[in-house]
Design a protein around this ligand. Structure first.
Ligand SMILES: Cc1cc2nc3c(=O)[nH]c(=O)nc-3n(C[C@H](O)[C@H](O)[C@H](O)COP(=O)(O)OP(=O)(O)OC[C@H]3O[C@@H](n4cnc5c(N)ncnc54)[C@H](O)[C@@H]3O)c2cc1C
Length: 476
């Protein structure tokens, strides 16, 4: 049964919530619910709150866009990386972004130092660390964390959770609300499925692949002074992207992300070396050999998988974050929508005057269509990473859309970006983005079609005047 700390914490609380999983979604849910006077027990399978980066040489970085920043605002947390800050440390969240830009083949890359950023980049461990500190600082009497816990059973009808503790005990407890925030391979979701086989879950592995490297010595003016977790650079090349960040013990870690097709091409260490030297000549030369060796040896890992659930609420149990809608990192939405879910869940419960089942129903009605729209977008983007070459019609249309709107908004800055290209904005719903993609595909198709007809007409006219000779057409 629950320990004295939790019993004490429930005094005067609106209700008791169990949050399974202490990642970004679980921590944001705990803070949002504690802000509304719930007493929260977080069950986390990791043995301790030690940031991953200190125990594992590799981690990865995420960008907190305006969706995530909106969620932090709603939780009452100070938003990191406000305008003008290049790197900072706020309550343990190391943020910053030293260089970013576009690599040019064989020439000097277009790499700038970041100034004002709308997206804040940080290593996952730093974000989790930041949220844990905030949970402790603001709600030490409302939020309790049980580390090293494994979920053994969940009965959604009686809202009873059975789990084993780090000490090896088995505990069973009932809650007013159970939040499944235990990631893409959610045990809570599996328990919901066991209780209702009608719950449909689609699981699709991402086609984008990653290869990591780490342990490069952080010295020289390429690496900024700020502490571990800071993103050193984010550089895109036509074929791949490369992210570098400051890892543990004053080292630099990095990864190359690309389509599965691309990842098969460099075969030897020499190929990787050539790729780095061609696209990233600005990198310190003493990093090249070590990075190339590691890239050659590393197995190209799948980025993540995409999950779609037919529903997310069963009685008093609800799924949020990756458990409800894992998406591939292609759109950079995972951590942002995870925190957005948590805030919207607490808001829905509050809007229903703390009637938990009604609040969960409201949350599902509002949020599930958004989750499904995001899944649709995710599949569209991920499809590009599985394409063989750049002549795929989907790829051409999406690039044409990008170039068309990019050019238009450069020439006429007053033109608003279509929602298609603004899915990072908290104010734009994913459903709107999906609808707008349909509309813009048709518009871009019509514009491209007309341009092709005009071009063909022009070529034929010129050839008839004798300026261009086409096979089979003799000048008049
Ligand atoms: C390579 C890579 C790059 C990414 N890049 C980005 C990016 O740039 N931007 C972005 O927004 N997102 C990115 N993502 C996605 C992002 O990691 C996730 O969307 C985000 O972490 C979701 O948070 P979550 O809390 O729902 O799940 P998770 O972060 O997976 O956290 C789940 C937590 O639950 C715990 N847990 C699991 N099972 C149990 C159990 N049975 N009992 C108790 N605890 C359990 C885990 O230990 C973990 O702490 C990336 C993902 C990958 C893999």
């Amino acid at each position: 049964m629950d320990g004295p700390a939790l019993r004490q914490a429930t005094d005067g609380a609106r209700g008791r919530a169990a949050v399974v999983g202490g990642g970004p979604a679980g921590l944001a849910a705990a803070i949002s619910l504690a802000n509304r006077n719930f007493s929260v027990l977080i069950l986390e399978k990791q043995a301790s709150p030690t940031p991953e980066a200190q125990v594992r040489p590799r981690s990865y970085v995420y960008g907190i866009n305006t969706r995530g920043q909106w969620a932090l605002d709603q939780m009452g947390l100070r938003r990191p990386g406000q305008e003008g800050e290049e790197a900072a440390e706020i309550n343990g969240l190391r943020i910053g972004f030293s260089k970013f830009g576009r690599a040019r083949k064989g020439g000097p890359s277009k790499i700038k130092r970041a100034k004002a950023l709308s997206t804040v980049w940080a290593e996952r461990a730093c974000i989790v660390d930041y949220l844990s500190n905030e949970a402790r600082r603001q709600h030490h009497d409302r939020i309790t964390t049980q580390w090293g816990c494994s979920l053994l059973d969940l009965n959604t009808l009686s809202s009873t959770v059975t789990y084993s503790t780090a000490a090896g005990d088995t505990r069973r407890d009932s809650f007013d609300l159970i939040v499944g925030a235990d990631g893409a391979n959610s045990a809570v979701r599996a328990a919901m499925h066991r209780q209702d086989p009608q719950l449909q879950v689609t699981h699709l592995p991402a086609r984008r692949r990653y290869k990591p490297f780490y342990g490069l010595k952080a010295e020289g003016d390429w690496v900024p002074a700020p502490p571990q977790g800071t993103v050193v650079s984010f550089i895109t090349a036509p074929t791949h992207l490369m992210i570098l960040w400051k890892g543990p013990a004053d080292t630099v870690s990095g990864l190359i992300g690309a389509s599965e097709h691309f990842m098969l091409q460099p075969r030897t260490k020499q190929d990787w070396l050539q790729l780095l030297e061609t696209y990233h000549p600005e990198l310190p030369s003493h990093w090249m050999t070590s990075a190339a060796e590691q890239l050659q040896e590393a197995k190209a890992a799948r980025a993540a998988s995409s999950v779609k659930c037919s529903y997310i609420v069963q009685s008093r149990t609800v799924l949020i974050g990756d458990a409800a809608h894992a998406c591939t990192p292609n759109m950079g939405q995972g951590v942002n929508t995870a925190m957005e879910d948590a805030v919207q869940l607490a808001e829905a419960i509050q809007a229903c005057r703390y009637d938990v089942p009604a609040g969960l129903q409201r949350f599902q009605d509002e949020r599930l269509p958004e989750m499904h729209a995001m899944h649709q977008l995710d599949l569209n983007v991920d499809a590009r990473y599985g394409m063989q070459g750049k002549l795929h019609p989907e790829f051409l249309v999406s690039m044409a859309t990008f170039v068309f709107w990019g050019t238009l908004t450069k020439i006429f800055p007053q033109v608003q970006l279509p929602p298609t290209m603004a899915s990072n904005r908290a104010s734009v719903s994913f459903q709107k983005v999906v609808a707008s993609i349909r509309a813009h595909k048709a518009a871009v198709g019509a514009i491209l079609g007309s341009a092709l007809i005009l071009l063909a007409r022009w070529v034929v006219l010129l050839s008839l005047q004798g300026t261009v000779r086409l096979p089979g057409l003799s000048p008049a």
